[in-house]
Design a protein around this ligand. Structure first.
Ligand SMILES: [Mg+2]
Length: 211
């Protein structure tokens, strides 16, 4: 079972946030990473396998090569990934009135790398790396606290999963304006779509003060 013992909630409102393409840029640097390996992503559908192709003849590479590229990318994430605009101002300000926990979908073996990168950026909030559904973990993070909760993610299935386990949670769908996200499944109706953290921050604050 995923260890959450390092998370200490203070009883203030809680923000649970995804990391890739919400806190740190993912799809844009991953595409640059592919290019450095003479590969590219063809935005034909919302999946990597079959759409990651060789630059020279556009032959799709195997699932194994795609997975390896993702693992290598996470291994070298500090060299590629940078924070989204407004993250470095919005998060520290929100942290003055809320607890923040990062819930990232990534093989846990790369959690140390991500922790180092986030710490270098001054984003010292606790982080959990899982490959399982986010709803049950979000529910465990909240534990028995009755504080207002916000969940921020760029993926529809994660928003849906958290909605199932935390029905009172404010869901924010935040994604970069990428061609990949344009093909992704639409967020659930109950999620509020926001462009970035500058737009998200006042919505989060009014959710907290309405509680
Ligand atoms: Mg994400």
């Amino acid at each position: 079972m995923t260890d959450l013992s390092h998370i200490r909630l203070t009883g203030r409102p809680l923000i649970i946030s995804d990391v890739d393409d919400v806190i740190l840029e993912f799809i844009a640097p991953y595409q640059r990473f592919l290019k450095a390996r003479d590969l590219k992503f063809l935005p034909r559908s919302f999946r990597l396998t079959g759409n990651v192709v060789r630059v020279d003849d556009e032959t799709p590479v195997t699932e194994e090569v795609v997975q390896q590229s993702l693992h290598d990318f996470f291994e070298e994430q500090h060299a590629w990934q940078t924070p989204f605009e407004h993250v470095m101002t919005a998060l520290p300000a929100l942290a003055e009135e809320a607890d923040i926990v990062f819930l990232t979908a990534m093989p846990p073996k790369f959690a140390g790398r991500r922790r180092m990168l986030l710490d270098e950026l001054g984003l010292h909030f606790p982080m959990v790396a899982v490959e399982t559904a986010k709803g049950p973990i979000a529910s465990r993070i909240l534990d028995r606290h009755t504080v207002p909760v916000v969940f921020v993610d760029d993926m529809s299935h994660n928003l849906t999963s958290v909605a199932e386990h935390l029905p009172d949670c404010l869901l924010l769908s935040l994604a970069p304006p990428s061609e990949v996200h344009a093909m992704a499944p639409k967020p659930p109706e109950t999620a509020r779509v926001v462009r970035d953290w500058a737009e998200a921050a006042p919505i989060i604050r009014s959710h907290f003060s309405a509680a």
